[in-house]
Structures are given as C-alpha cells and as structure tokens.
Design a protein around this ligand. Structure first.
Ligand SMILES: [Fe+2]
Ligand SMILES: [Fe+2]
Length: 419
C-alpha cells in the first residue's frame, strides 16, 4: 500500500532543517514589552500568559525528552533527524523563556528561574501528559524496541506536537495577527510552526517505518493513544477549572480540540494507520474530528475525562455526552444473551438508561418500565466510576450506590464495558 509517508524522505527532512535555521536569541521583543504593558487588556495578558507557561514547559520537556528516541532509532538517518529536531526544541524553549523574561518580566536570571516563575500556571493535564513523556523516555532506555519507539513517537510527535502544540500555535498566532500585536512573539511562533510541521513529518515517516518493521507497533500505538488522548483534551483547563479564558484570544477550547483531533487523524492516516484499525472508544470513526473535539470538551466539563468536577453539569446536552460515551464503551463481545436495559436513577439528576441488544447499544433519557438492573446513586459518583476514579464494587459496599433487579449482571459488567 502506498501512503503519504512514502513521499517523505529523511534526506529531504534533513535538507529542510539545514536551510530553515533561525535565531531565537536575536528576536527583538522591545515593542512586545511596550505593547504588553500599554495595549493588551488584562484578560488578553492572562490568556497569553497561561499559553506561554504551557509552551515554555512543553518545549523544555520535549528538548530534554528526545535523547532516548535518538538512541532507540534503528537507522542513522532517523537518528540525525531526531538530533536536528532536538536542537530546534532547545531554540523554541529559548524563545519562550526570553518572552517570559523580557516581555512578561518574570524577574528570573536563568531558564530554571523562568520555568519556576510560571510553574503555578501549568495544568492538571500538563502534568499527566508530560509525566507520561518522562516515563516513556525511561521505558525506551530499558527497552529500545521498534514497538516501544512507535508508542513513544505516538506520544511525542502525534499527541504532543500534532494534537496539542500545533493547534495552540495556530490559534495564538491567529490572535496575534488579528489583533496585530506582539510582533516579536508572532515572528517566533511563525518560525516554530514551520519547524513543528517538519517535526510532525519526521514522526509520520518514522512511525510508518516502525509499523512496517514490527507488527507489535500498531497495538502499542493504540494503547498509548487510548491512555493519553483523554487527559490531553484538558490541556488548557486551568487549575481553577476555567476553560473560557482562551475566548479572549478569539477561539474556544472546542475549536482547539477539534483542530487537534483532525491534526492527529491526518498524521495517523499519512503514516498508514486508520482509526478503524486502532478501535479506540474516544476516537469513534463515525464522528468528524470537530465533533469528537466538541464531545471531548463536554466530557471534560463533566469530569469524565480530565480532572474531576465537584459539580458536574446536569443539563440534557452534557448528560447525553456522558451516556454516549458509556454506550460507546460497550464491548462488541459483551456476552449478554438477552436484550438488557440498565437504568440510572440519580439522586440529583434526571434518569438515563442504556439498552444493549446484540451488537447495538443505545442510550436515552428517562426511565423505562422494566429495566434489567437499576442503579441509584449521586450523579458525580457515577461520573467518578466512568472516569476510573472510583470502584463500582466499593461504592456498592459503602452503599453509596445501590443496585436493584438482576444482581447477577453486576459481576458481569466488567466484561460488558471496555476499561
Ligand atoms: Fe518545539
Ligand atoms: Fe517539535
């Protein structure tokens, strides 16, 4: 099969890297510093600051994190491309550190001080996703196999670069252009966008090669994406749970998630991998990437993915998203012989039910007359069960969740729903 990755060569990627070098040290931030003080609104400053904190820590983490990839890459040409990329990531970190120091004025004297000054503005999702990047680097040192490298590339080049960095740069750049402010940052972001585009191309090429060489690569990539994509969706959600601050820059978190979902899917297809092959519940192939992005943000607001929500929204739209996620997690080999209806009578929200019949699972609002099994609990507790934060059996034992009806079904639920 011919795939887009076949049109990419390591020689071409290397040649493009050589001619695209630029200087982060020489960017002029004088006008940026003046505009930051005199022209940006408080909301704009707060939103840009939060994005800069994530970019700075992100670039620093990927600059540091690429070394085990270089060691594990089987071919010399691949090692050179990754080594070249590592120098780019250092340059990107320098650009954001300079902006933080010279424009925001963090008072630091070195990069470590600058990193520390914005540490409090990192997000729950940042810690999860970049914590995984550190772990996978250590795993790759212990096991430099093609399949392990494939999953590491899926995290670095596909989730972090295509799914998070590229959309963040795209929307931040759109704001700087529309508002015609911060010319130094704008020039830096434009250079970085070109570099990242090339990095993602290198990741696509590398993953396509690994996938052809080792049949274990595809399941390893699937497992990584299954684990990391849900928390990654919440990258911009601050520790205060606010996701609307980005709107002062003229975009929404839904748009960012949709853009990221499309970028990841495009990169996977270019590497010769389809969503059907991966079969990940959070990447349903029947939805467009924009629909998947919007749905993921709804699940983030409710707390099914991302950090827990103390007070999950209970309106019809959000509950529909929750039960749609539950419906999609029913395994094709659920093993239920007869049509089965599960009903949730929430103490603090409207009832919803799920009907499973053969290969079909449907969710709807309301309480049908003769459900097979009825749960009674708080809505937030059920969200915690779905998110994997609480165990169903423990909730039953603590009588925070009560079940009525065919109780034999309880023990089989673990086989009905995918984890
Ligand atoms: Fe970068
Ligand atoms: Fe990069």
């Amino acid at each position: 099969m011919t795939i887009a990755a076949d049109r990419i060569s390591y020689e071409d990627l290397y040649g493009r890297w050589e001619v695209s070098a630029w200087s982060a040290a020489r960017l002029d931030f004088t006008e940026d510093a003046r505009q930051w003080r005199e022209e940006l609104t408080g909301d704009e400053r707060r939103a840009v600051y939060r994005l800069i904190a994530l970019f700075l820590w992100g670039e620093d983490a990927v600059a540091d994190g690429l070394s085990p990839y270089i060691d594990a890459a089987p071919r010399e040409e691949q090692k050179y491309i990754l080594a070249a990329q590592q120098s780019d990531e250092a340059r990107h970190a320098v650009m954001f550190a300079r902006f933080s120091r010279e424009v925001i004025g963090d008072g630091a004297t070195d990069v470590a001080g600058t990193l520390e000054s914005v540490r409090a503005d990192l997000t729950w999702s940042y810690d999860v996703v970049f914590g995984r990047l550190r772990e996978i680097g250590a795993e790759l040192r212990a096991d430099p196999s093609p399949a392990k490298l494939a999953s590491a590339v899926a995290l670095y080049h596909f989730v972090i670069e295509a799914g998070l960095a590229q959309p963040g740069q795209h929307f931040l750049h759109g704001f700087l252009e529309r508002r015609d402010v911060l010319p130094g940052l704008r020039e830096g972001i434009e250079r970085i966008m070109l570099d990242e585009h090339r990095h993602i191309g290198g990741g696509v090429k590398l993953l396509a090669d690994l996938n052809r060489e080792d049949p274990e690569s595809l399941p390893a990539v699937g497992e990584l994406l299954r684990d990391v994509l849900p928390p990654a969706t919440a990258l911009l959600m601050g520790r205060d749970k606010d996701i609307t601050y980005v709107e002062s820059l003229g975009f929404s978190m839904e748009e960012m998630a949709g853009y990221g979902a499309r970028a990841i899917e495009n990169a996977l297809v270019a590497a010769g991998i389809t969503l059907e092959q991966l079969a990940i519940p959070t990447l349903p192939p029947d939805l467009t990437p924009e629909e998947r992005g919007a749905r993921a943000v709804e699940l983030t607001r409710v707390g099914v993915i991302g950090p827990p929500s103390d007070d999950p929204p209970r309106d019809g739209q959000h509950m529909a998203a929750v039960f749609d996620a539950l419906r999609r997690s029913v395994r094709p080999d659920h093993g239920l012989k007869r049509p089965t209806t599960l009903l949730w009578r929430f103490e603090d929200a409207d009832p919803w039910h799920l009907t499973i019949a053969d290969g079909d699972a449907a969710a709807a609002a309301g309480a049908p007359e003769r459900p097979t099994l009825t749960f009674r609990c708080r809505y937030a507790d059920w969200i915690d069960v779905m998110a994997g934060r609480r165990d169903l059996v423990r909730l039953l034992a603590a009588r925070r969740l009560r079940a009525k009806g065919d109780l034999r079904l309880l023990v089989r639920l673990g086989r009905v729903f995918a984890p």
